[in-house]
Design a protein around this ligand. Structure first.
Ligand code: M6R
Length: 623
């Protein structure tokens, strides 16, 4: 949720940290701050409420920060305490010796705060993070008095270790201390941290976007691990001080993939990247000639998967919507009992996980706290756990028994777009992989793979209608209530269309099965209310037309996503957006695109911040 970037090396830290923060801003943007320790051992901190640009302005003002080669910065998404300067990170202990940035939640902060207050410490924020900074400072002082430094460690490292043993909750932290002006200590539990390894320098961040410009060599910290970094050397240990040999991995994505290029917003860029993202996702996996699906990341589990009695697909938000499409796909194509459940519900309801259950965690970031917790619960109960994840090396990707990467490239816009279509593509491939090994004929599989491989070019045709969608958006963007309706495979698409609109335009919108409308929501329809139907040619086309009639009769404005060349639909609609014809299981991949564009153009017309909508963060790493 929040973003951390920290640096130790020979360069001047400040510009590098600010650049890193800008790349991390999509993770949280209610306040930001920076701390550096200069060569004389003085700590300098600046914090500001609002976007990184506000912090940048503050840094221009005199006195500016001195040059320093050790520092860290943070962009915040508030959990404990309002977005004020006092609550912004970095936080310090009350001596100002220790500074800390933190992602996650310290659950027992109230008890720790009481304990520290009783010891005479004074707090200046409402955050859980300040409590951790204070605890480290308190332990540091104690250890210093008792002269307790163990050989081969630093006092800061020891104080951090001791503090983390007292803490319940989750953290990704970076800590500096003015008595140790060449040392950066970082640690993680439940909140990602990646160490970028450069030439006598290290840049640590909560995601790769802040690192890739400097190095592609990285070490992913695991839970309960920490690192002590100095210019030219680093040591990784557990928080119990057991040394770990670091595994150096190569970052997959290139710097250009994180850049906005000529687009106005990341969301638009990512909508338009869908054809290439899907091509990458299909590459080497959907073999048209042999009518074969090759999925290297799950092939070792083929036997268990083919024999599985039940699949549980789980995720949150858009990933859950993709899971719902997957639910239809798995039953339709692989003929296996499947359910799609919110990860947040799965984890706490004591779920039944019998023998032969496969749990598939779907997550763009691979860091969503609820999805990760559901995955761990599933593993605990003996399920085979797979992941459908975009971010390589993310926690979910590393904790699953096997999985399928999306290869969609970095998704920066808070509203998920290309991840959704690639998740649906992966789920289609999974269903075909299983279906073909069970009951599916070669010819059906062949037809599906051909259809799948045609999708990128078909999406390109849909994208050509962006201006037409923009006109529709302009006409209706001032309406405060919208409905999105679809049947079968298009029910999850309706949910996704409504989510896109509400999260970036702040318009109230609901998605539901078209048939459900009569059971209550139809009462909402009034003159001029925009109702978006997904009514492509397919098995339920006539039924959807009846639902359109019901809304028209009550004065609703009808916007329809329909199949190219369907002249009949025009007489029922105020506006039609055409998508190419596709096999029914593949239709969501096309019909969702106009809805993404509709949400995007509405948000722009309403002057909303498309890539950084209020109250939201890209990756939700707290429960
Ligand atoms: O990274 P994940 O796919 O696990 O994220 C899940 C949801 O938080 C995410 O899809 C969210 O709903 C998006 N903002 C939707 O656009």
């Amino acid at each position: 949720m929040c973003g951390i970037v920290a640096y130790v090396g020979r360069k001047i830290a400040q510009p590098l940290l600010i650049e890193g923060l800008k790349r991390l801003e999509y993770r949280g943007y209610d306040s930001a701050g920076i701390a550096v320790i200069d060569q004389k051992g003085a700590m300098h901190i600046r914090r500001a409420v609002g976007r990184i640009s506000v912090l940048e302005d503050a840094l221009q003002r005199v006195p500016t920060l001195p040059d320093a080669s050790l520092g860290m910065a943070h962009t915040r998404w508030a959990t404990h305490g309002a977005p004020t300067e006092a609550n912004a990170h970095p936080h310090t202990d009350d001596t100002g010796r220790i500074a800390l940035v933190h992602n996650g939640i310290i659950e027992n902060y109230a008890a720790l705060k009481k304990f520290l207050t009783n010891k005479g410490h004074a707090f200046s924020s409402q955050t859980d993070t300040e409590v951790l900074a204070m605890l480290i400072g308190d332990l540091y002082a104690d250890m210093q008095v008792k002269n307790q430094v163990l050989p081969g460690t630093s006092l800061l490292q020891q104080a951090v270790q001791a503090a983390l043993h007292e803490v319940d909750g989750t953290y990704g932290i970076a800590v500096i201390c003015k008595d140790e002006p060449d040392t950066l200590v970082v640690a993680r539990k439940g909140s990602p941290l990646i160490i970028g390894v450069g030439q006598e320098e290290y840049i640590v961040a909560s995601d790769a976007s802040a690192i890739v410009e400097h190095t592609t060599q990285v070490v992913y910290l695991n839970d309960n691990e920490m690192a002590v970094l100095k210019p030219g050397s680093f040591r990784t240990t557990t928080i119990n001080n057991i040394t770990i040999s670091p595994v150096i991995s190569q970052l997959e994505n290139k710097l250009e993939e994180y850049e906005l290029g000529d687009y106005e917003h990341y969301m638009l860029k990512e909508i338009f990247e869908q054809p290439s993202a899907i091509r990458n996702c299909l590459r080497g996996r959907a073999e048209q000639k042999e009518s074969r699906i090759v999925l290297g990341g799950i092939v070792d589990h083929t036997r268990e998967l083919v024999r599985a009695k039940r699949f549980i697909l789980t995720g949150q938000g858009t990933a859950w919507h993709a899971g719902l499409v997957g639910d239809y796909l798995m039953e339709d194509l692989a003929k296996v009992t499947t359910e799609c459940t919110y990860a947040s519900e799965f984890r706490y309801r004591n779920p039944l996980v019998e023998e032969g259950t496969v749990v598939v965690a779907i997550s763009q970031s691979g860091e969503t706290a609820d999805t990760l917790a559901a995955l761990r619960e599933a593993k605990e109960k003996g399920a085979l756990a797979l992941g459908i994840v975009n971010v390589v090396g993310s926690t979910i990707a590393r904790e699953t028994d096997g999985g399928i990467y999306l290869h969609a490239g970095p998704e920066i816009g808070v509203a998920s777009t290309k991840a959704f279509t690639c998740q649906c593509v992966v789920l289609t491939m999974l269903a075909l992989f299983l279906g073909r090994r069970k009951f599916m004929s070669q010819s059906v599989c062949h037809e599906m793979i051909d259809g799948l491989c045609a999708v990128p070019e078909q999406i390109e045709r849909v994208l050509e209608q962006s201006d037409h969608v923009k006109q529709i958006a302009r006409e209706f963007c001032d309406r405060e209530n919208w409905l999105f309706l679809g049947r079968g495979y298009h029910f999850p698409v309706a949910l996704e269309g409504a989510l896109k609109l509400k999260e970036i335009s702040y318009i109230h919108s609901e998605g539901m099965p078209a048939a459900e409308m009569k059971h209550g929501p139809i009462a909402l329809i009034n003159e001029g209310m925009p109702v978006v139907f997904i009514a492509t040619k397919g098995s339920q086309y006539d039924k959807v037309i009846s639902n359109i009639e019901e809304v028209r009769a009550r004065g609703g404005k009808i916007i329809v996503v329909a199949t190219e060349g369907d002249t009949n639909i025009h007489k029922y609609s105020d506006h039609v957006i055409e998508v190419p014809h596709a096999l029914e299981p593949l239709q969501p991949l096309l019909s969702v695109v106009p809805l993404q564009l509709l949400a995007y153009h509405c948000a722009v017309a309403r002057d909303c911040n498309v890539d950084k909508p209020r109250n939201l963060a890209k990756s939700v790493t707290v429960e």
